[in-house]
Ligand binder design. Structure first.
Ligand code: ZN
Length: 413
C-alpha cells in the first residue's frame, strides 16, 4: 500500500511544476528510465484452453481481442475472485506489476488503444469532462491489416464513442447513455464473431464499477460479487475466442478504492495502488506461459495485441511509471487536492517510492524514489482546459462529477 502523504516524512519544495513541454520530450524522458531488456521466459509452452484448441483454423486466420474490465482491482484477480480469467492467465503471460496511468475510464482506454500516455494522446479526462482523442491519434484498430473486420462492444458511456474511442472501428456498439450489462456487450461480440475471417475486437465490461449490485451485506462484498459476475459474463466469449485460436489481452482500465482511503469507493481521486495497479495478461495458442514481475504500464497493450514478444525490443520493462490523479474533493486523501481536473496530481511511481507534483503546492517525495525519475515527473505537462462538458442524470447515477470535482455526487459515503 502506498504511504499516505500525511504520514510520510516527505520533503517539500516551493511549487516548481513544469509548464508545457515540447512534443517528444515525454518519450525522451521515458526512454531515460527504461530498464534494461529482460531475457525472454524459458517457461515451457503453456497448456491450451480446453478442447476448443483442436479447432482447425486456416493459416493467416487472425482474431485478436482486447477485453477490458472496468474498475477491477489487482487484488481481486485471483482463482477465488475470477476463476475463468485466472485459469486463462495461468496458461498465458501474466503481467503481475502492471500500472494504469490514471483512474479514469476514457483516458485509460485511450492509452490502451494508442500506446500513449494521457498527456500524449490528449484525452486527459473522461469524455463527459469535455476531453476527446484527437483525430490524428493512431488507434489500435487503425493498424489492422487490410481485410480485417474491427468492432468494439462497450458497456458504458465513458468508454463510448463520444470522445473518440470509436476511431478506427468498423462497428462500435455501446449505450448512448449510462451503462448496460456486460452480457449485452458479450452477446453482440459473439454475434459479430459468427462471421469468418480476420477480426479485431474490443469488449468492455463495466460490472465492477459502482454503484455495486449484489446481495452482500456491504459494498466490499458487493464489489467482489460484481467482479465475479464480470468473470462469469465473459466465459461464453472466451470459449468463442478459444475456438478461433485468438490472441487475447485482458486488462482493467483502473482499480478502485474500497475502504482504504477517506474518499472510499471511488477511483477518480486517488493515485494509490488500489486504483493504479491493475490486472493484465495475454493468452494465445502456443505462447509460452509466464509470470512477469517487471513493471509495465498500460501503454504496452498495443504491443501485446500486436503479438510482440517479451525481449524483442518493444516490451521494455520500466523502472517507473507515470500517472495522474483524477478529480479531487476536499478532505479526500491521499494524492488529492480539491482543484478538479486541472489541478490534479502528477505522479511517478517506482518500486522504492514516488514523486508527486501537486499544482500550486509543490513537489513531494515519498519513500526513496530514484532521483532520475524526477526528470520524468517534470516532463508531464499540466492538464489543459476541457472542451464541452456533458452532465446528465445517467452520468451522475454512475457517480461521475463535473470537471471542478464538485458538481455531482460522489460514490463514497
Ligand atoms: Zn473505468
Amino acid at each position: 500500500m502506498m504511504t499516505r502523504l500525511s504520514d510520510t516524512t516527505a520533503t517539500f519544495r516551493p511549487d516548481d511544476a513544469a509548464g508545457p513541454v515540447a512534443p517528444g520530450r515525454i518519450l525522451q524522458a521515458l526512454a531515460t528510465v527504461m530498464a534494461p531488456m529482460l531475457v525472454a521466459s524459458s517457461a515451457p509452452l503453456g497448456l491450451l484452453m480446453g478442447s476448443g484448441c483442436s479447432s482447425n483454423a486456416p493459416p493467416g486466420y487472425e482474431t485478436v481481442a482486447l477485453i477490458t474490465i472496468d474498475t477491477w482491482r489487482r487484488d481481486h484477480f485471483s482463482e477465488a475472485h475470477t476463476p475463468a480469467l485466472w485459469e486463462l492467465a495461468a496458461q498465458g503471460e501474466r503481467f503481475d506489476n502492471a500500472w494504469s496511468p490514471i483512474g479514469l475510464t476514457s483516458p485509460s482506454h485511450a492509452t490502451m488503444l494508442t500506446g500513449l500516455q494521457p498527456w500524449e494522446h490528449g484525452m486527459e479526462a473522461n469524455n463527459h469532462h469535455g476531453y476527446r482523442l484527437p483525430d490524428g491519434a493512431q488507434t489500435w484498430p487503425e493498424t489492422a491489416p487490410a481485410g480485417t473486420r474491427t468492432a468494439a462492444c462497450v458497456s458504458a458511456f465513458p468508454a463510448g464513442p463520444d470522445g473518440g474511442l470509436a476511431q478506427g472501428f468498423d462497428r462500435f456498439d455501446g449505450p448512448e447513455a449510462g451503462e448496460r450489462s456486460g452480457e449485452v456487450a458479450v452477446e453482440r461480440a459473439i454475434e459479430w464473431l459468427s462471421e469468418d475471417g480476420p477480426a479485431w475486437l474490443w469488449v468492455h465490461v463495466y460490472e465492477p464499477h459502482g454503484p455495486y449490485a449484489g446481495t452482500g451485506p456491504d459494498d466490499v462484498s458487493r464489489y467482489a460479487e460484481e467482479v465475479r459476475r464480470a468473470d462469469t459474463i465473459l466465459v461464453p466469449l472466451l470459449e468463442v475466442l478459444e475456438k478461433r485460436q485468438a490472441r487475447v489481452v485482458v486488462a482493467a482500465d483502473h482499480g478502485e478504492v474500497l475502504l482504504e482511503e477517506t474518499c472510499g469507493r471511488q477511483h477518480e481521486r486517488s493515485t494509490s495502488e488500489h486504483v493504479l495497479r491493475v490486472p493484465l495478461f495475454r493468452w494465445e495458442p502456443g505462447r509460452a506461459s509466464a509470470v512477469r514481475s517487471e513493471r509495465v504500464g498500460l501503454d504496452v497493450v498495443p504491443d501485446l495485441l500486436a503479438g510482440r514478444a517479451w525481449g524483442d525490443g518493444s516490451l521494455e520493462a520500466r523502472t517507473a511509471t507515470p500517472a495522474e490523479s483524477g478529480l479531487c474533493e476536499p478532505g479526500c486523501a491521499p494524492g488529492c487536492a480539491p482543484l478538479g481536473v486541472l489541478g490534479r496530481d502528477r505522479v511517478v511511481l517506482d518500486d522504492t517510492g514516488r514523486w508527486v507534483a501537486r499544482p500550486g503546492r509543490g513537489v513531494f517525495v515519498e519513500g526513496r524514489p530514484r532521483p532520475e525519475h524526477r526528470t520524468l515527473l517534470d516532463s508531464i505537462p499540466a492538464v489543459p482546459a476541457p472542451g464541452t462538458v456533458v452532465d446528465t442524470p445517467e452520468l451522475r447515477a454512475l457517480g461521475y462529477t463535473g470537471p471542478d470535482g464538485r458538481s455531482g455526487p460522489s460514490i463514497g459515503p
